[in-house]
Every structure is written in C-alpha cells, then in structure tokens.
Design a protein around this ligand. Structure first.
Ligand code: NAP
Length: 288
C-alpha cells in the first residue's frame, strides 16, 4: 500500500480546496506549539509546516522554553483558541516530563484540534460520532479503504495501546465491524495472535529489539507498519519487509506508508476545521 502516492492525491485535492477557500476570502491557518528543544520534534514540525505551505495553508510556529509551566502553556493555548485567524492548533508531543499532556491537550478547543487528540474528539470516536480524528489512525483507515481491504468480520491485531495510535484505531476498526485484539508489551503469546490475524498493525518502534517477522504473519494477511526506528542512520519500520512482503497480500513500506498519510490527515483536519469555522461564521453573519 503506497502511502506516498495516496497522500499525494489527497494533498492535490486539498490544494484545490484551499485555493477556492482563499478565493472566497477564507485563509486557513495552522498554528503549531513546540515546548523545548527536542530534535525529532523539530524535524517532524518542519515536515508538517512544509506540507502545509505546499497546499497553500498559512502556518505559525509557537515555541516555548522547556521549563514552561502548565499555566504558561495553557495561556498560549487560550490565546490561540480565541484568535480568529487561527483555525487549527497542533501541540507537538512528547512534552517535557513535568507537563501532563492529557491536561494540556484538554485546553485546545475541540473545533481547532488539528491532531484529534482532545478528550472530546477522542471520546467521539468511542461513540462513533462525527469528530476530528487522530491523524495516524485516520490515515491507516484511509489507506485500508483505498485498497479495498474489508474490515467487516475481519480479525485485526494491533500491537500498540497508545492514545495516539492503538486505542483510537481500535475504536475506528470496531466501528467498521472488525474484531480487534489490542496487544502491548505485556501481551502473552503475541505470535499466536498475529499469525491468526487477517490484518496486523504494528506500532512498536523498537528495532532491533522488536521485529515483526514472517513467522508472525499468515499467508495473505494485510500488514500495516507504523513503527519507526533509526538503525544505522536509516529510518526503518517494525516489519521485516523483505520476508513479510512475500506472504502478505498488502503491506505498507517504511518510509512511504503510514508516515505520509499521517501528515496528509493533519492537513485534511486543518482544512476541515477552517471549512466548518467559516460556515459557522457565515451562519452567524446571516443571522446578524
Ligand atoms: P508508544 O506509546 O511507546 O507505544 C509503543 C507500543 O508498543 C506500546 O503499546 C508498547 O506496550 C508496545 N510495545 C513495546 N514493546 C513491545 C513488545 N516487545 N511487544 C509488544 N508490544 C510492545 O509509542 P507511540 O507514540 O504509540 O508510537 C509507536 C511507534 O509508532 C513509534 O515508533 C512512533 O515513532 C511510530 N509512529 C509513527 C507514526 C507515523 O506517522 N509513521 C505516527 C505515530 C507513531 P506498552 O503499552 O506495554 O508499553
């Protein structure tokens, strides 16, 4: 499953949408927040800003010192929540250890939640209500849909229970009638579970300690590799791609699979937020 190619198509569609929004006077803007000097965060944000600019979005990059207090971060979020020119807010994770991410994410207006990680938007995935979805699970679902992978009645094994990936993906897949087994570091008999699954999603990111090998996957399975690790200066996934791809019916590469889809979904969430805010503004103007 070629995430780069699908992400390119999505970005082309979004570029047209942004261009017509601008023609009607709406200028969508994504504002990111980085706290501290975490180097990978800087790299990820640079990629997100570049992708946003390529489709015509305006962006801003708010940087706070690593020692910022909970109150200081919340004050910045309140300011961005109330700024009319800001449509979407992304808080780059992880945060410095003294800050509690759920409490801070909860301060972002759900209507401007570019990453879909506020309690309200995450909660709506449980209720299967319309919401801004977390980017990585949303990107995985979009890839599976694009390649016609049937979820109804399928058994999916997800190796990850984080709030960013595994838990929301589990709700989205169950919502599409899959049977989902959510695994993690304490799961016993992981290979037994994965080797019976129709779909395996691996998001561990601990190469070489953890590798999803061909013996862990059945013939014809769909394999989604979310994990990213750096080995010998190269970015690699969790999956032994050379061998697992011999057995899988579909498989995502790393790089070029889930990563570009995650970024495309961030852009889609931003455009959707701007669209719905513009609609709301128009409705209020009409009502006077
Ligand atoms: P995380 O919170 O550290 O989650 C890792 C998960 O893997 C945890 O649930 C952990 O279990 C589980 N795990 C660790 N060792 C294991 C083992 N030996 N066997 C089975 N499960 C094991 O990290 P995350 O933020 O969810 O991200 C996970 C990976 O995905 C990272 O490599 C990250 O870079 C990557 N990622 C990629 C994208 C993308 O767009 N490509 C987006 C998001 C994340 P416990 O819960 O028991 O610790």
């Amino acid at each position: 499953m070629d995430g780069s190619a699908l992400a390119r198509q999505i970005r082309a569609r979004l570029r047209e949408e942004v261009s017509s929004m601008k023609a009607s006077g709406v200028h969508p803007r994504l504002e990111t927040i980085r706290i501290g000097d975490d180097e990978p965060s800087k790299v990820y944000l640079a990629v997100k800003h570049r992708a946003a600019h390529e489709i015509g979005l305006a962006t801003g990059d708010q940087v706070l010192p690593a020692g910022s207090s909970h109150a200081e971060v919340c004050a910045l979020i309140s300011e961005l929540n109330s700024r009319k020119d800001v449509n979407a807010i992304l808080l780059q994770l992880p945060l410095p250890g003294h800050l509690h991410a759920p409490a801070i994410l909860a301060r972002i207006s759900p209507a401007k939640d570019a990453d879909g990680l506020t309690p309200e938007n995450l909660g709506k995935t449980v209720y299967k209500e319309e919401s801004i979805l977390p980017c990585t699970p949303k990107g995985i679902m979009a890839l599976l849909a694009h390649y016609g992978v049937a979820l109804r009645g399928s058994h999916a094994v997800i190796i990850n229970r984080s709030t960013l990936v595994g838990k929301p993906l589990c709700h989205l897949m169950v919502g599409e009638d899959a049977t989902v087994t959510l695994c993690h570091s304490k799961t016993r008999g992981l290979s037994d579970l994965t080797s019976r699954a129709d779909i395996v999603v691996s998001a561990v990111g601990r190469r070489p300690d953890f590798v999803l090998g061909a013996e862990m996957v059945r013939d014809g399975a769909v394999v989604v590799d979310v994990g990213t690790s750096r080995v010998g200066g190269k970015v690699v996934g969790d999956v032994d791609f050379a061998n697992v791809s011999q057995k899988a019916s579909y498989i995502t590469p790393v790089p070029g699979g889930v990563g570009p889809m995650t970024v495309a979904m961030l852009l889609e969430n931003t455009v959707a937020a701007a669209t719905s805010q513009a609609g709301l503004a128009r409705a209020l103007a009409v009502r006077g």
